[in-house]
Design a binder for this molecule. Structure first.
Ligand SMILES: Cc1ncc(COP(=O)(O)O)c(C=O)c1O
Length: 382
């Protein structure tokens, strides 16, 4: 299978990731932070090391300001629902994923005011419009760093500086950028950074995290055992324990550790460069096909390795079906981001999304293009 669906979850993972998940399961997957025996201490140490590696990657001062979650959706729910109260105003955008839009929609029915900024055909917000939409009760700006439909990378340093100027909290959904685009929480003034472990960070599914800047007050909504303050019925008020009730996914986090180590070994800039080269090649080949409509930016600048297309008037799911028959994995449809399709005019069929990853080659792109050419030929006969 030629796997071009890395925006959904990355595949394959570096071999070290598989090896460490198995090693952990077999040798030290005891309950972390609960007991004082060697295996439990080893599990706790691996989790602490992973927190440390994540803090290095994102330039976070204190590793305890990172909490582990199951995925980016859980991180975003903790951040959005923990932060916003009746009467608060939140600003977000039309290019967000449902893991942002749905919690916001839910809260808007409970008295939270919401502004969703428009984006242009390339997926960019208008910074002036952002500034104009700030109200007295605005508490937070929530932005998708890189779009999972168009790949568009927003200027988070600029948006972060506006948040700083107006004293707003800045929340970034780094689902499509963590591990493939450098992120520095201090440079971009990020207060809340939600990220999955199973996409660009090359870890297993069931991993994710949230950075919570010291001083940002979030309510928690899961109470339970944390292994700390166990003689009290009160949920601990300190990080990470406040948000990490219940047994953590130690084997997944151990695999994530190796994913991050791999990124550091290769260098995030080199990973980004490779993915950019593949995206540039893909776009240049697609542009030669008159029957292919490419959405969003026409070059690989300011975009993650995510490309949405359609072939003529074909339903995207039909294209995906034929690609699958030809051993090529892509995603089709709406990609859990309903509003952006109204902007790019793809409400009817969605798009075919191609998302290469670090392990893809030029040959994969060539094979994909050849199948696309075949699909068009065949469809114009039928
Ligand atoms: C932009 C964006 N946000 C959030 C998510 C949710 O990520 P997860 O599946 O880790 O919950 C995704 C997943 O595709 C995404 O692309």
């Amino acid at each position: 299978m030629i796997y071009l669906d890395n925006a959904a979850t990355s595949f394959p993972k570096p071999s070290e990731v598989y090896d460490e998940v198995l090693n952990c399961m077999k040798n030290y997957a005891a309950n972390p932070g609960r007991s004082s025996h060697d295996m439990s201490i080893q599990a706790s140490s691996k989790i602490a090391e992973t927190r440390q590696e994540l803090s290095t990657l994102f330039n976070i001062d204190c590793p305890f300001d990172i909490i582990f979650t199951c995925n980016a959706t859980e991180s975003l729910n903790i951040a959005i629902k923990g932060l916003l109260k009746r009467g608060d105003h939140a600003i977000s955008t039309a290019i967000e994923h449902n893991s942002v839009l749905r919690p916001l929609n839910y809260l808007s029915k409970a008295g939270v005011e919401l502004t969703l900024l428009k984006v242009n055909m390339e997926g960019f917000i208008d910074i002036n419009e952002l500034e104009k939409s700030i109200e007295k009760n605005t508490k937070v700006i929530i932005i998708n760093h890189a779009s999972n439909v168009l790949g568009t990378i927003q200027d988070i340093e600029k948006i972060g500086s506006i948040c700083k100027k107006y004293g707003l909290i800045f929340m970034v959904d780094a689902s499509q950028s963590a591990g493939v685009v450098p992120i520095d929480v201090d440079k971009a003034n990020i207060d809340l950074l939600a990220f999955p472990g199973h996409k660009g960070l090359l870890g297993p599914q069931g991993t994710g995290g949230l950075f919570i800047r010291d001083g940002v007050k979030l309510e928690h909504f899961i109470d339970g055992g944390t292994g700390s303050n166990s003689s009290s019925m009160e949920q601990p008020d300190f990080l990470p324990d406040k948000f990490e009730s219940g047994t953590l996914n130690t084997p997944g986090i151990a695999g994530l550790y190796e994913g991050i180590k791999f990124i550091q070994k290769i260098g995030i800039e080199n990973i980004q460069k490779h993915e950019k080269t593949l995206t540039e090649y893909l776009l240049s080949e697609l542009k030669k096909l008159s029957y292919v409509k490419i959405y969003g930016l026409k070059s690989a600048e300011n975009r993650a390795a995510v490309v949405s297309i359609n072939i003529d008037n074909m339903d995207s799911s039909k294209v995906g079906y034929i690609l699958n028959k030809n051993n090529i994995a892509v995603r089709t449809g709406y990609h859990c981001a309903p509003l952006i399709h109204r902007v790019i005019g793809t409400e009817k069929y969605g798009t075919v999304r191609i998302s290469p990853g670090y392990f893809n080659t030029d040959k994969d792109i060539e094979d994909f293009i050849n199948v696309i050419k075949g699909i068009y030929k065949q469809d114009s006969w039928s």
